[in-house]
Design a protein around this ligand. Structure first.
Ligand SMILES: NC(=O)c1ccc[n+]([C@@H]2O[C@H](COP(=O)([O-])OP(=O)(O)OC[C@H]3O[C@@H](n4cnc5c(N)ncnc54)[C@H](OP(=O)(O)O)[C@@H]3O)[C@@H](O)[C@H]2O)c1
Length: 237
């Protein structure tokens, strides 16, 4: 183009298809607290879908025993080794042990994508209710404790009973995924999408994780009234 040629406005790039997600099939997924119901369920579903999964525990032998029971190539290790060997690390420990677990694994989790699924809940005679973490949410607590990791939040609304039910081929639910970096959110959406029936949906930044974590108290009420294992679907997308 010569200097006398009138310039044309740059063509606008086509908007990215939000369902065009990365290939995560080669990534190793670790699950801290993977000997529990939620961790076992996620490990089973992801490994069955072909993902390499390592479950973690405070005791390596407990993790190895649970991994053998889950099958599908799942391995067991202590939480530190699990974090070290994984690309994406799901945090599936109880809220009570959340801060202490993450603080103790800061080094092993540096540079990793950490996916928090912890729901800070209390229970009394009226049922489940949401706790209010000082940092705003469990996910924001994780981000504060792990400055060298990338933190996302997802997998809060799943039923561990359904995840572990080997008679079910599909898990009929959406997974709300929250995070600060689009690339990280898309990795987690893609991971959720590996499980038949499941769809990962972007649901905002970590400052909105509290509502997502708290909603589990409502789902527990639903489950108790209707004797169900309720999931969630986001409509019109
Ligand atoms: N269950 C569900 O349906 C469900 C659904 C969505 C999200 N979640 C969330 O997922 C997390 C795990 O739920 P879960 O039902 O699997 O819980 P869980 O069975 O009570 O605990 C999971 C594992 O965490 C480890 N653990 C227990 N106390 C700990 C502590 N103080 N510090 C560190 N590790 C500890 C234990 O493994 P080791 O003894 O082997 O270390 C245990 O097997 C919770 O935060 C929950 O809110 C659960």
């Amino acid at each position: 183009m010569t200097s006398s040629t009138p310039s044309t406005p740059a063509a606008k790039a086509a908007p990215k298809d939000p369902w065009d997600l990365p290939d995560v099939s080669g990534l190793v997924v670790g699950v801290l607290g993977g000997t529990g119901d939620q961790g076992r369920g996620l490990a089973y579903r992801l490994a069955k879908a072909g993902q390499k999964v390592i479950i973690g525990s405070r005791a390596a032998d407990r993790a190895q025993q649970a991994a053998e029971e889950i099958g599908h190539g799942v391995e067991g290790a202590d939480n530190a080794d699990c974090a070290r060997r994984s690309d994406i690390v799901i945090v599936a420990v109880p809220w009570d042990g959340h801060a202490k677990t993450l603080e103790s694994l800061r080094e092993e989790l540096a540079g990793k994508l950490v996916v928090d699924c912890v729901n800070p809940l209390g229970f009394d005679k009226k049922g489940a209710y949401a706790l209010k973490p000082e940092e705003g949410s469990a996910a924001e607590q994780a981000a504060a404790l792990l400055p060298d990791s990338r933190v996302a939040a997802a997998f809060h609304h799943l039923s561990a009973v359904l995840l572990q039910d080997t008679s079910l081929e599909e898990i009929d639910t959406d997974v709300m995924v929250l995070g600060e970096e689009r690339a990280d959110v898309e990795l987690v959406q893609a991971l959720a999408g590996r499980i038949p029936g499941m769809r990962g949906v972007f649901a905002g930044r970590l400052r909105n994780a509290h509502q997502v974590e708290s909603l589990v108290a409502n789902l527990i009420s639903v489950n108790r009234r209707y004797k169900a294992h309720a999931g969630l679907r986001v409509t019109d997308i």
